[in-house]
Structure formats: C-alpha cells, structure tokens
Ligand binder design. Structure first.
Ligand SMILES: Nc1ncnc2c1ncn2[C@@H]1O[C@H](COP(=O)(O)OP(=O)(O)OP(=O)(O)O)[C@@H](O)[C@H]1O
Ligand SMILES: [Mg+2]
Length: 361
C-alpha cells in the first residue's frame, strides 16, 4: 500500500539498517536470526555540520556523500536498506476489521476509512497496516494496526538514499525500530524481560527517545528534544571553546576540574527530570503496571561518565548501559574495537538491520 508498503512487514532478503542522524550515519548489516544474530558489516560516518538541522535535511548532496562513505567503509555489497522516520511523523492506531475480510478487501476498506483515523489529509500520508490478531472485544473482528506517515518525511529520506545509490526497501518508525532492537537487550533485563517493565532511553545528539517495554513489547514511547549537543554547547560556552573542540573534550576528557559538578551533573539531572516526566505520563495512562523495574541507557550520550549512577540516584531504579552486542556474534573481518566503542549508539541501526529477519520474535 503506497510508498510505505513495507512499514510493518518483515523481509528475509539481505538488508542494511541505516540510521541517518544529524551527527552521524550509522549502518549495520545482520545475518542469522533474532536468536542468533551476527554483525556482518557496520560503519559510523560523521555527518557534516548543517546537513540536517531540526530533523530536516538541508543538504541532500552532502548527506548522500556521507552515506556513500559509510557504505564504502562497511565493505558491504548489499544495497537494499531499512531506514527510519521520526516517531512524531508516524501515527499508529489499532482499528477493528471484520474477521471475514481477506487482505485485499481490507486494504480497500482501510483506504476508504483512513480519514476517520488520521488527522492529516490522506493525500499527504503513506498508509500501511498489519493484522495483529483476533479482537478481544468482538469475536467477529480482527485487531488491525494502521500506520500512517507524512509522505514528505519518507520522500526526503528516500531521495537522499537513492542519491547514495541505495535502494530504500523498508521504512520503519524510530520507536518501532527501537522496540525491535530491544530484543537484543533481553539478556540484560531482569528475568530476560519476562513479566517485567523495562524502560530504554536512547540519548543521542539532539533527541532522547524513551520506550517502555512490558514482556518485551513496547507499551509507551515518547521523544524529547534533548541530547548530547546541549552539553557540548554548555561546554563551549563555559570554557570559551568552539563546538568541535568542546565535542572532542566531552568524549576524551581534559576539561577543568569543575566540569563534573557545575556542568555534567546538572545536565544529567535535567535528563533524569525529563525521563521522570515520561514515566509520570506513562503511569497516568492507565497502564498494566505502576512500576519500572529497570532503565537501560543507550545512544552515544550513554557513554557520559557517571550517567547510570546519577540516574539511579535520581530515579531510584536500577540503571545500566544498554549492551546490544553482548550476545551477538561478529564477523571475523570487522574492527571489533570500533564496533564496541559505538555499541550504545548503534541501537537504532541494529533495530533497522533486524528487519532482515522474517521470523517472529
Ligand atoms: N564517548 C562519549 N562520551 C560522551 N558523549 C559521547 C561519546 N560518544 C558520543 N557521544 C555523544 O553522543 C551524541 C551522539 O550520539 P548518537 O550517535 O546516539 O546520536 P544521533 O543518533 O546522531 O543523534 P539523534 O538521535 O539525536 O538524532 C553526541 O552528542 C556525542 O557527542
Ligand atoms: Mg539517534
């Protein structure tokens, strides 16, 4: 159905997950299956400053060049890719459909009825749907997950990937891709995620994506406009440095002694406040549980010193850094140190790459 025909469906052909973010392109290719994944290719390639601003693609050529470099660096021959659009540009809703309908009748019916469910003009969105299963409230109905994405978001990213000579084959929404990636974190969760509620915060450069999972399924997601860039800017302002030097010092150290108490800790506390706000919103939504058993932190910013300890103190729950590669095999030719150094930042790309597995989780 439309450009987004792949949004919810799984594919079994080779596929590369490409996370196109403002700070870096992250590319991962997996083989095997969900239970025994193997990383066969990966790359992290910086994106030139200004190519993406406020999640909008400003310089398609420069971005495509960075993607091309990432593909070269990854040494992969696979050209089919899975990409993600921001969660905010996707609306999903569970709707009932008569159980007697086949898939093509359903497709027609959904196209006719979609404007009841979607708050945008239908001409501006791409639609997709997936049958979830029998409806709990009506034995003659099926629950169908309907997803709609603003077409311009898909088109802009598709164009850049095509400029980079790639074939956009799967369009995912970031929260869905992260939910898939969280399958790789089960080994870290209490009771492997069974009967427990785990929050995952992907803290990147400009955004923080929170997912709350129960029994491994995402039951809440929210995006916050905060990330490591804010800390970099604080460092640049406080110590009169340019942004590139501040970003480097943030990662490599060597900042004045007062950095931890006057800049880092207030930043971590602000993140904790925003995470807590998401939790309060989650609890107020009449969810199955009123307890979060664990928080896993991912994204490049999860490498900040003392983050887990500070969050544990502020939020009063166990906090760990997310380690999606800990149970994965890695192909022999890969640069393991670089891969491990970027592990936390690769979560979304891993979720996208996992769309290559068509076996149910
Ligand atoms: N070792 C490190 N220590 C501290 N911060 C780091 C480290 N490595 C990366 N970062 C920070 O992590 C951020 C990048 O993380 P990530 O790659 O997850 O973001 P992104 O996906 O590009 O951005 P977004 O998700 O916001 O679009 C940057 O702010 C970077 O400075
Ligand atoms: Mg990111």
């Amino acid at each position: 159905m439309g450009v987004l025909s792949s949004l919810l469906k799984r594919r079994s052909q080779p596929l590369v997950g490409v996370d196109v973010s403002a700070s870096a392109i992250k590319l991962v290719e997996l083989s095997g299956d969900f239970d025994n994944p193997e990383v066969v290719a990966f790359a992290v390639e910086p994106v030139p400053e200004g190519a993406i601003v406020d999640r909008q693609i400003n310089e398609p050529e420069a971005l495509a060049a960075a993607i091309r470099r990432a593909v070269q660096r990854a040494h992969t021959k696979t050209r089919r890719v899975a990409m993600a659009v921001p969660g905010a540009s996707v609306i999903s809703k569970v709707i009932p459909m008569p159980a007697s309908m086949n898939e093509s009748d359903m497709e027609e019916q959904i196209a006719v009825e979609a404007d009841q469910y979607i708050p945008y003009p239908i001409s501006e969105v791409s639609l997709d749907f997936e049958v979830i299963g029998p409806s709990a409230s009506d034995p003659d109905a099926l629950d169908v997950l309907l997803a709609a994405c603003r077409r311009d978001q898909v088109d802009n990213l598709t164009r850049v990937l095509e400029l980079a000579e790639l074939v956009p084959a799967v369009v995912d929404a970031e929260p869905f891709a992260l939910e898939n990636a969280c399958t790789f974190l089960r080994g870290q969760m209490p009771n492997h995620g069974k009967d427990c509620t785990v929050a995952v915060a992907d803290i990147g450069n400009t955004t923080m994506q929170i997912n709350v999972l129960h029994n491994g399924d995402s039951i809440f997601s929210r995006e916050h406009n905060i990330g490591g860039r804010m800390l970099t800017e604080e460092i640049a302002r406080a110590y009169d440095m340019d942004i590139a030097d501040a970003a480097r010092a943030k990662k490599e150290g060597g900042l004045p002694e007062d950095f931890e108490t006057t800049i880092l800790q207030p930043f971590l506390d602000e993140l904790a406040v925003q995470i807590d706000r998401s939790f309060q919103m989650f609890f107020s939504g009449g969810q199955v549980t009123h307890q979060i058993d664990q928080l896993l932190v991912a994204g490049g910013s999860a490498y900040l010193n003392g983050m887990a300890e500070r969050f544990a103190l502020r939020l009063q729950i166990p906090v760990e850094r997310a380690l999606p590669l800990s149970t994965m095999k890695m192909a022999r030719q890969l640069k393991k140190t670089t891969l491990e150094q970027n592990e936390c930042a690769l979560l979304l790309a891993l979720g996208l790459a996992s769309r290559t597995f068509d076996a149910p989780r």
